[in-house]
Design a protein around this ligand. Structure first.
Ligand SMILES: *Cc1c(COP(=O)(O)O)cnc(C)c1O
Length: 369
């Protein structure tokens, strides 16, 4: 396919999918049909297995983009009198704060610079200082910058203090290990169109069975009620409202390819090689990364924009796009940056192509990084 017809998406979802995943969407499914119900069952089981959570948790899918599933998790699992602690170091943490406020759940934040990871010690101090905090909501990989937060340490502290942990693992699930047997969590939220390399359109929550059982009636929302979705699905094997059938079929195909590739270890290693290739190549062109390598997740990289007055993001974006690659704008308010994702159906050759496209775009613009 020519670059103009199908660019490579270097964005954190939607991302570049395989031909086989796209082909899985070429037939229609009846939402009541047993064949489709089997796909739903298989996906739920395999997602649980990726987190080693079969013995303790349930997987509840939810229609919509990832945020719908985060909203469903918080609305269903945090009772109306609950109090959520958000260690906050980026745009997706801020989205959770806003979400809690919108739902009328009390929220307290620990503020960090966007270049710094969350510290488990700060969470511990906050939990000790305020007995009324019932939940901690942690973003595992903060996609706003690409910083990796210490999930395991925060989980251990939260469990030790007898509080409940909800993890937004949207951009890490499937590539960075989360093991329910050693990392205690009540809910992990992710979506079809991220590291599993499906297409966007459904999220899912891996939620501790005992917690889910007690969550009846918490939700403020009819459609985003995880408990209702779960009980209906258990009873009928069907989704409660119209499922995104083609998205579900594509995710099923994407998970099959994930397993053939070698599962989490192989996916994580490929993204790590992509990330290395990208950072080395961009540094060789003179670019600087926003984050220190020690806190960088191999998911998405934030680069400082060139200082050259001839640089302008829209033009840069268009020039790179002409060469077959789609970049992502920065999400920082104070600094001019842009982001390049390492995820999706591409390897090191794809990343090298992206770096070449960036080099050519700069030359076309007369910019020196
Ligand atoms: C992608 C993403 C989400 C969900 O965003 P949507 O726009 O709803 O898909 C949530 N949290 C993180 C960390 C993400 O990367």
């Amino acid at each position: 396919m020519s670059p103009a017809a199908s660019p490579i998406l270097l964005t954190p979802g939607p991302l570049t999918t395989s031909e086989r995943t796209r082909a899985a969407m070429l037939r229609d499914w009846g939402s009541w049909d047993e064949d489709f119900n089997q796909i739903t069952r298989r996906i739920r089981q395999r997602l649980l297995a990726i987190a080693a959570a079969e013995a303790t948790h349930e997987c509840v899918p939810m229609q919509g983009s990832g945020t719908f599933a985060v909203e469903a998790a918080i609305g269903t699992l945090v009772p109306r009198g609950g109090h959520v602690l958000v260690p906050s170091n980026g745009a997706y943490c801020a989205r959770i704060e806003r979400l809690c406020a919108t739902l009328g759940r009390r929220v307290t934040t620990i503020g960090y610079s966007e270049s710094q990871p969350v510290r488990a010690l700060d969470v511990e101090q906050a939990l000790t200082a305020d007995e009324s905090i019932t939940h901690v909501a942690l973003v595992h990989c903060e996609t706003g910058t690409g910083v990796l937060n210490p999930l395991h340490e925060v989980a251990a502290v939260t469990a030790r203090h007898g509080r409940s942990l909800i993890v937004d693992a949207m951009s890490s699930f499937g590539a960075i290990g989360i093991d329910a047997r050693s990392t205690p969590f009540d809910a992990v939220v992710a979506a079809s169109g991220k590291c599993l390399e499906g297409v966007p359109g459904m999220g899912f929550v891996i939620v501790r069975r005992t917690v889910l059982e007690q969550a009846r009636g918490h939700s403020h929302s009819l459609a985003l009620d995880l408990h209702e979705q779960w009980t209906y699905m258990e009873k009928t094997a069907q989704w409660r409202f119209t499922p995104p059938t083609h998205v579900v079929a594509a995710l099923d195909a994407a998970i099959a390819q994930y397993q053939e590739e070698g599962g989490l270890t192989a996916r994580g290693a490929r993204y790590a090689r992509n990330c290395r290739e990208l950072i080395d190549g961009m540094r060789a062109l003179g670019f600087r990364t926003y984050l220190d390598d020690s806190v960088q997740a191999p998911i998405i990289v934030t680069f400082h924009a060139p200082q050259d007055p001839a640089y302008e993001f829209r033009t840069f974006y268009q020039e790179v796009k002409k060469r077959g690659y789609i970049l992502y704008p920065g999400k920082l308010t104070q600094l001019e940056t842009f982001r390049i994702g390492c995820m999706g159906q591409l390897g090191e050759a794809g990343m090298r192509g992206a770096v070449d496209a960036v080099a050519q775009a700069l030359q076309a613009m007369g910019v020196r990084p």
